[in-house]
Design a binder for this molecule. Structure first.
Ligand code: VG1
Ligand code: CO
Length: 542
């Protein structure tokens, strides 16, 4: 029976970089989930009788929320809901499923790389029919709706058994539970030369893939150890846990340090890789060679044509603004388009839909392509494997050759996590006010050529996004970027992105932090980081 429940707005339901993210206890407030889900449905038109894909990264509170979403989808008038078994779908697999089914859209429950558990983080995101995160036009409408919502509709029915494959009825809604891996694996088989990668493993190639007790485990097991014949035990932490085993499922050099140490050790496998909580990020480390995500994007763009899915070449490359310009150099050499977008995957969708780009990426370990409308962790690892299988070189040799051809963009991101929000906002405001003075200002050997607040004009739908990050661009091509995170759930996180271009191959072997030391010091001085945040050093350096 369809029931209408009266409610009152919550003040804090504006979607951030990737949907709504809050702590679990916050989401558990009565009506909190329902209000947000109803606000999503109220912002959409024409879904009556259509299909909604529903899944999440399996974290704590995932299963309960799936039940709420299904009952509300039934009351809203959707015809069918397709759900990953156990309520689980990785973010890229959800995107792939929306596209494969021609679904109206999808609801993805995830807080990505943030920790899980009863006091951990949770998130709800709406994806549109192209499989990608809702564009700003829709997220703005959702945000506006959360401020006026006065009632929601829900179907009163027992919970759906999420463990049993097949169809069941939830009032007027048909719920279909599917295997979460099947459709995704089929897509990967179309894109990559599985026979070549199988031969690589059969020839003794070794790998360690850390699923970080998160959603990618079943995907990586089935594809790497199953279809591709990697040795059993290649995939570690393969079983998804609701609290990720108490770990932080963020595949960076802090939270996946053990993988870095392994890659630098005497017993290093040929390739170490990892993915995050919801499976859309990737970490790639060769023996003795960490690949920065910005370099990885450039290298994948330069080599994608070796994989069958990209044999015709790529249409163009897009990167988020803070991502290094390494990919731009590849695009220039290939003679294809190159786009710079604000942070967050939702800005790539239009470019991909219009066929302007094939490969996209972000410095935050996100890489993806036109095959879905999300970043895709396992896809990036498989493309690396395909390239390694064809080029028959080590990761380190491929990276060094890339630098020799294009020059090296030294790159690092310094995060000041969970700082006082007022201090972080004051820092950004002060920087923005000083932009006119900063332009042409000299700091020792470094002179700022241009200082601005990044604004993006979408070439496809003509929309404008302003205040996307303060950029200081130096005469020698170096760059410092400041922005506040839109995914944190406690205080504010200040991100400072530092980049320096080095064309001279003789200087490519320098340690990254050493190569950037003067810019890092300058980035703190110019913004008065310690004065505003009380922190003398960042909490995470990647
Ligand atoms: C961060 C990253 C951004 C990424 C976003 C979602 O956003 O910087 O590049 O798209 O997380 O990734 P922010 O606003 O905190 O800087 V995921 O894997 O959390 O969906
Ligand atoms: Co993620």
């Amino acid at each position: 029976m369809r029931q209408t429940i009266e409610t009152r707005p919550f003040a804090d339901q504006q979607p951030g970089t990737s949907g709504l993210r809050k702590k679990v206890p916050h989401f558990r407030q009565p009506h909190y989930v329902e209000n947000f889900v109803q606000s999503i449905f109220d912002s959409l038109e024409g879904f009556e009788g259509k299909t909604l894909v529903v899944g999440g990264d399996g974290r704590y509170f995932n299963a309960e929320t799936i039940q709420t979403v299904l009952k509300m989808a039934a009351a809203a008038g959707f015809g069918r809901a397709v759900v990953g078994r156990g309520g689980v779908l990785s973010t890229p697999a959800a995107s792939a499923l929306i596209r494969a089914l021609g679904a109206f859209g999808g609801i993805v429950l995830s807080a990505s790389h943030n920790p899980g558990g009863p006091d951990g983080d949770f998130g709800v995101k709406y994806n549109v029919g192209n499989g990608g995160p809702a564009p700003e036009k829709i997220t703005d409408a959702i945000a506006a709706r959360t401020k006026t919502i006065a009632r929601y509709h829900i179907w009163q029915a027992p919970d759906v058994d999420l463990a049993r494959l097949g169809e069941t009825a939830l009032g007027p809604l048909t719920v279909e539970i599917v295997d979460p891996v099947t459709n995704y694996q089929r897509l990967m088989e179309q894109l990559f030369d599985f026979a070549a990668i199988r031969a690589l493993f059969a020839g003794g190639f070794t790998m360690r893939f850390d699923a970080m007790s998160a959603v990618t485990g079943p995907y990586a097991k089935a594809i790497l150890e199953g279809a591709l014949g990697a040795a059993p035990g290649t995939v570690i932490n393969a079983e998804p846990l609701p609290d990720f085993g108490g770990h932080h499922p963020d595949p960076n050099l802090v939270h996946a340090r053990h993988l870095y140490d392994l890659a630098m050790s005497k017993n290093a496998p040929d390739l170490c890789a990892a993915s995050d909580g919801d499976g859309d990020r990737n970490l790639v480390i060769g023996r003795d060679m960490f690949v920065t995500p910005s370099d990885s994007l450039a290298i994948l763009a330069a080599n994608a044509h070796v994989a069958p899915g990209y044999a015709k070449g790529i249409a163009g490359v897009a990167r988020s603004m803070p991502t290094s310009a390494a990919a731009d150099r590849v695009a220039a050499k290939l003679g294809v388009g190159c786009y710079e977008t604000p942070t967050g995957w939702k800005f790539f969708g239009n470019l991909l839909d219009a066929g302007l780009v094939t490969i996209c990426g972000e410095e935050s370990a996100g890489t993806g392509s036109s095959h879905v409308r999300e970043k895709d962790g396992l896809w990036a690892v498989l493309l690396w494997l395909n390239i390694l299988a064809v080029r028959r070189q080590s990761v380190a040799d491929i990276v060094r050759e890339h630098w020799a051809t294009y020059g090296r963009n030294f790159y690092s991101r310094h995060d000041y996590e969970e700082v006082d929000a007022a201090g972080a906002n004051a820092l950004m405001t002060a920087l923005r006010e000083r932009l006119p003075q900063l332009k042409n200002q000299r700091f020792g050997a470094l002179t700022i050529r241009e200082a601005d607040d990044f604004a993006y004009h979408d070439p496809v739908d003509g929309s404008d996004s302003k205040k996307q990050g303060v950029r200081l661009m130096f005469e020698d091509g170096s760059r410092i970027v400041y922005r506040l995170s839109g995914t944190g759930t406690a205080g504010a996180t200040l991100r400072i992105y530092i980049e320096r271009y080095e064309p001279d191959a003789a200087r490519h072997a320098i340690d990254t932090q050493a190569a950037l030391a003067d810019l890092v010091a300058l980035s703190r001085d110019i913004a008065g980081v310690e004065r505003h945040t009380g922190r003398a050093a960042p909490s995470v350096v990647t």
